[in-house]
Design a protein around this ligand. Structure first.
Ligand code: T4K
Length: 401
């Protein structure tokens, strides 16, 4: 039994010790739980009581998974909200990426960015595909279309760009290259929920787009993800693939996987959708305050948008330039000392991890812009519940140097 006069955090910490299951550093755990800590993000959670009716329905009908009513409702609701034709829900964004590559039968080599979360390139390795890293654009930090053609070989079958921090890639230039060389384009749109260009949802570009609904994302279903696709036939193939390849009780048409989202996550997603506009509006306010307060700080560059019409304010990356009085590492540490946990997304580059660094395209000379960006970037906390006082604390750490 937990001692009643201990805090929940102390109880968690002591029970981990008692059970001899010390898998994390307890002091770090306590640090993480301390109330004045500010993390890079915090999931948006609607009022708990609003979720109870959804749970009651699940308890009544006993349908927990396998494409139940909430799953179907959420797919429809997300298509409407995002302005896309077809969408298949997944258990997380990584399995959705792996399945998207399977759905289009991608093989050989795929051109991708080193400046992303590891899941982007890992999805290629899980399919036995060789990632070929191409450098990024210094302004958007997205795959640089001008450098793609030089990396195409007879083995290249697709391009896997990332709308990094929710800012759209140069989708038109990428499509032009894909058309010339007959390549598929799968966008890792894990950061791009709700983002729109002049011509509507950014998720409509390419052959497929993959979303993540992880706890740390603008729209979360605890864990979750989706593939956005342009036609019903492709959606059907994806639906088969995410359900072991089953078409009906007795027919299996492909070596599919279990990628299904549960009813619990889907129900939570339906509730989250009712709050998403408010959550994004709050992010926008925080983004504007950072931009205003940091605009005259010498040596700090706030990443600009890529010209999108509707943004989602999913991350707030700053670049710590040479003329800032302290280095990026020193600023990161200074934040930490004040219990502010900014993050160096995306450092190290994917191409620096052991399973990739031996590849010819992973050489630093090939990726100088990405290497430079990874050494300068720091993502500041941004989430709806960040208070004005907390944001002020963050800004002061940067301003007082
Ligand atoms: N492609 C791209 C471009 C991606 O960025 C990602 C995921 C994927 C694909 C794969 O999608 P999923 O398979 O994840 O759906 C986080 C996330 O785990 C990861 O989803 C995300 N990208 C990546 C950019 O960030 P970490 O290692 O930074 O997570 P963690 O646990 O350190 O969380 C950051 C902070 O968020 C914590 O300090 C506190 C807060 N937090 C986190 C969690 C999980 C909470 O307050 N509550 C929570 O439940 O990777």
């Amino acid at each position: 039994m937990n001692a009643p006069n201990k805090s929940i955090n102390e109880n968690i910490a002591s029970s981990l010790i008692e059970e001899d299951k010390l898998v994390v550093d307890i002091s770090e755990l306590q640090d993480r739980c301390a109330s004045n800590n500010i993390f890079v993000t915090q999931p948006y959670l609607p009022p708990l009581e609003e979720f109870f009716p959804y749970l009651e329905k699940i308890w009544d009908n006993k349908i927990l998974t396998n494409g139940g009513p909430y799953h179907q409702q959420l797919e429809k609701a997300l298509c409407e909200y995002l302005g896309v034709e077809h969408l298949a829900l997944f258990t997380n964004g990584t399995i959705a990426l792996v399945t998207a590559l399977q759905a289009l039968r991608i093989t050989g080599e795929v051109i991708t960015t080193p400046y992303s979360f590891v899941a982007t390139a890992h999805s290629l390795l899980w399919n036995g595909i060789k990632p070929v890293f191409v450098d990024i654009d210094p302004n958007t930090l997205n795959l640089d279309p001008a450098k793609i053609e030089a990396a195409i070989t007879p083995q290249t079958t697709a391009i896997l760009p990332v709308h990094c921090y929710g800012h759209p890639c140069d989708v038109k230039a990428i499509q032009k290259i894909a058309d010339i060389y007959n390549l598929k384009v799968i966008y890792d749109a894990a950061h791009a929920f709700g983002v729109q260009t002049e011509s509507g949802s950014v998720l409509k570009y390419g052959d497929l787009s993959v979303l993540s609904f992880h706890a740390t994302k603008v729209f979360n279903t605890f864990e979750g993800g989706a593939i956005v696709c342009p036609d019903a036939k492709t959606k059907q193939r994806i639906d088969h693939l995410k359900n072991f390849g089953f078409v009906d009780e007795l027919t299996v048409v492909a070596p599919g996987i279990n990628g299904k989202m549960s009813e619990l996550n889907a129900a939570f997603g339906l509730l989250q959708l009712q709050h998403i506009d408010h959550a994004v509006a709050r992010r926008k306010e925080i983004d504007s305050i950072y931009r205003e307060k940091l605009k005259n700080v010498k040596g700090i560059r706030c990443l600009q948008d890529a010209g999108e019409k509707v943004q989602n304010y999913s991350y707030f990356p700053i670049l710590v330039e040479k003329d800032f009085p302290i280095s990026r590492e020193e600023l990161y540490q200074k934040f930490k000392d004040k219990n502010i946990f900014a993050r160096r997304y995306f450092y190290p580059l994917i191409s620096d991890f052991p399973m990739y660094r031996g590849m010819p395209s992973a050489h630093k000379e090939n990726l100088s812009v990405a290497t430079n960006a990874a050494s300068k970037v720091l993502c500041l906390p941004i989430y709806p519940a960040l208070t004005p006082d907390e944001q002020q604390r963050i800004i002061e750490v940067i301003a007082h140097n």
